[in-house]
Design a protein around this ligand. Structure first.
Ligand SMILES: [Zn+2]
Ligand SMILES: [Zn+2]
Length: 338
């Protein structure tokens, strides 16, 4: 099979590798049919992430199942599924409390599409092995296009967790989103409204992203302009100064979650946070248990991930498309049944 391989900054190659095969009763072999770059992949391709190549790229995809182990109960060959970015067993103490991204049954931080936690292949490859099919895979609901659901593997569901969790604590609160780092802040606009936000402010420096956020239902605010204090704040800027502004925007007793990956030690305005009783969270999102709910919102027409997409492109154009580093193309190909 062909493996889309990250070699070095701005250097991607299709490399040949043996087809993966089912090696145990709980496994599946899947063939991605719609795959998108995570915001991390854009940083990787640009050479901004501290991960040297070569390795198989890609960890957001809808795939069709092409082979299954004898012990898989919930799926059949031909099913279309969302493949979560993290590898998880579904049965260990961490998986059972909703932390599959920290599964104890596999190498720490095991995931598709980077060398972190071992080599699990990538979802821009022709095929991938899923070690715990029943625990990991999520069925694609009828009527949802694979291209719309691919980001549910990671960035779309990350955005859902980031806004829905604090909104359960502060129902109806206004949400302030500091965007600019990629797609997650934009996805969070519709997801916050679906989770019951009273209103959404979206801060960014790019006029096109501000205009898009407005069409998704947010009040657009140019970076640097005043932002009203909010109980629920999301930092999706990947920008240290904006992270500090996001933290200073939290209303007393509220919280700020950061989805941006900061590769360097980054200062925090702890005195202001202390003064306002601010809770700050960040972390690798354990998306698995939340994907089905996100797909329901897409199927129900409350959330439109395709509005954030830079469009669909043929699978074989992956190298050129990924090197453009746009937010957020989806590579597509027909299913084997089509
Ligand atoms: Zn990712
Ligand atoms: Zn586990």
């Amino acid at each position: 099979m062909r493996v889309l391989t990250f070699v070095a900054a701005s250097k991607l190659e299709w490399r040949e590798a043996p087809d993966p095969t089912v090696a145990g009763p709980l496994e599946a072999i899947v063939r991605p049919v719609a795959a998108s770059p995570c915001d991390l992949d854009r940083a990787l391709v640009a050479g901004r992430a501290p991960l040297p190549g070569p390795f198989a790229l890609g960890h957001e995809a809808v795939a069709e199942i092409v082979d299954l182990g004898d012990g898989v109960r919930h799926f059949s060959v031909g099913d279309l599924v969302v493949v979560p970015w993290h590898i998880s067993c579904g049965a260990c103490a961490r998986c059972r409390v909703g932390l599959p991204a920290s599964c104890l049954a596999v190498t720490p931080r095991a995931m598709f599409g980077t060398p972190i936690g071992g080599d699990w292949g990538g979802l821009f490859s022709d095929l991938a092995r899923v070690p715990y099919a029943d625990a990991m895979l999520v069925p694609l609901p009828p009527g949802v296009r694979p291209a719309a659901a691919a980001p549910a593997s990671d960035n779309l569901t990350d955005a859902w967790i980031a806004v829905s969790r604090p909104l359960r604590q502060h129902p109806g609160a206004r949400v302030a989103i500091f965007g600019g780092g990629g797609c997650v802040g934009l996805y969070a606009v519709e997801l916050a409204l679906a989770a019951g936000a009273g209103a959404v402010d979206y801060v960014d420096k790019a006029p096109d992203r501000l205009a898009l956020a407005a069409t998704l239902g947010a009040r657009p605010i140019e970076r640097g302009a005043p932002v009203e204090p909010a109980l629920v704040v999301l930092d999706a800027s990947s920008h240290p100064a904006e992270l500090a502004r996001a933290l200073r925007t939290v209303a007393p007793g509220g919280s700020c979650h950061s989805v941006g990956i900061y590769f360097m030690d980054t200062p925090l305005p702890l005195l202001d946070m202390y003064g306002n009783d601010v809770t700050f969270t960040t972390g690798r999102p354990s998306v698995g248990p939340h994907i089905a709910r996100v797909l329901e919102l897409v199927a129900g027409g409350q959330v439109h991930p395709e509005k954030v997409s830079a469009g669909e492109a043929p699978w074989d154009s992956a190298i050129e498309v990924l090197l453009e580093r746009k937010v957020k193309p989806v590579l597509v190909r027909p299913t084997l049944r089509a």
